[in-house]
Design a binder for this molecule. Sequence first.
Ligand SMILES: NC(=O)c1ccc[n+]([C@@H]2O[C@H](COP(=O)([O-])OP(=O)(O)OC[C@H]3O[C@@H](n4cnc5c(N)ncnc54)[C@H](O)[C@@H]3O)[C@@H](O)[C@H]2O)c1
Length: 378
Amino acid sequence: MRVAIIGQGYVGKALGIAAHKAGHSVVGVEIDESRVAELSGAIGYSVSSDFSSVAGSEVVVIAVPTPLDDKRVPDLSYVESACESLKSFVGAGVLVVNESTSFPGTLRNVIAPILGSESLYASAPERIDPANEKWGIENTPRLIAGMSPEATAKALEFYRSFCNEVHEVSSPEVAEAAKLFENTFRQVNIALVNEFAQIANVLGISTHETLAAAATKPYGFMPFVPSVGVGGHCIPVDPSYLSYAAEQAGVEASFINLANKVNVSMPGYIAARIADVLGGSVAGKRIQVAGIAYKADVSDTRESPALALISALKGLGASVSWHDPVVGAWNGERSSDLEAVDLGVIATAHSGVDYGAWRDCKVIDVSTGVNTGWPKFL
Ligand SMILES: NC(=O)c1ccc[n+]([C@@H]2O[C@H](COP(=O)([O-])OP(=O)(O)OC[C@H]3O[C@@H](n4cnc5c(N)ncnc54)[C@H](O)[C@@H]3O)[C@@H](O)[C@H]2O)c1
């Protein structure tokens, strides 16, 4: 099939590579010229900023950002702008698929009205998990729903060409809602375990031992681990798309909003516990934070709670530096080498980091990943 993929970020590039490998003729469209330059010649298919390269495509996939605005309301401006740029190049009968995460009704009420009734429409929300070596685009089951039987059939044909398992649902709204519910499930369970860590601390019991004990129950329990909070642009963002849709329909999503509140409070909570470790105050103390990406072995710092921890510690008067060889540079600063400080904090434990410079320091490990040699602090 001739396939155009709009947006060549994390999702669009992974899809482009998979579709190209499956034998489709792929073009990528990307508005960020530096990204176009970075990808050109590097991925086996062509990428450009010229929307006319979409002309003649049989399948057009939208994979652009769906963030929240500064009032934490869904911002569909990237989706709308991509559709506006596309519309003169999408002919009758072309299948338009949305992979961007959004609330139920986005395909039918936002995308289709811009592109017109002559095209076919399907929703196929992306579920990719960065740095996950076990589950990728081929073996993660894909949800699909078209707005018409013809759209569904064409979407099934396309996704079956590179995805082992494609699960058809009855409407795009179900597919859109399922994607939001999956990430909301993680968000609320992470908030619950973050709250439990605070309860266990005041009760004087070990969170990790308690969780490991609970996890011996073979049914009805799924372990989550406490952390500095949630990061990336999925777990902190997607649940707010669901609560927005609920509120628009007159239902208050109190559970989701509470989970957000608990997760967002974690950096401040950890900063206060660090003050306890340092004898009551962090003022004037030298603190280094290792790992500022939102998860291990990725360079993405979007919504990273480690950054909120750094600003909470600075707000309390600490002198804070950070070390993250995977991120390298952030906000005009470069990663510092680890050095002897008053306290080291492992916020995100990337593989292969040598914490040797901290051997004689106080260190707390609030990461969720591998064993770093220090006990988990939460
Ligand atoms: N990254 C993930 O782990 C992940 C997983 C599942 C779903 N998603 C969802 O997939 C969508 C894309 O996420 P991503 O991580 O690839 O984002 P990203 O920021 O890595 O990539 C999006 C790309 O789209 C480009 N873009 C923006 N507007 C455009 C336009 N009008 N035309 C063409 N290109 C445009 C941007 O320049 C950027 O390169 C979002 O809805 C996100 O929530 C992401």
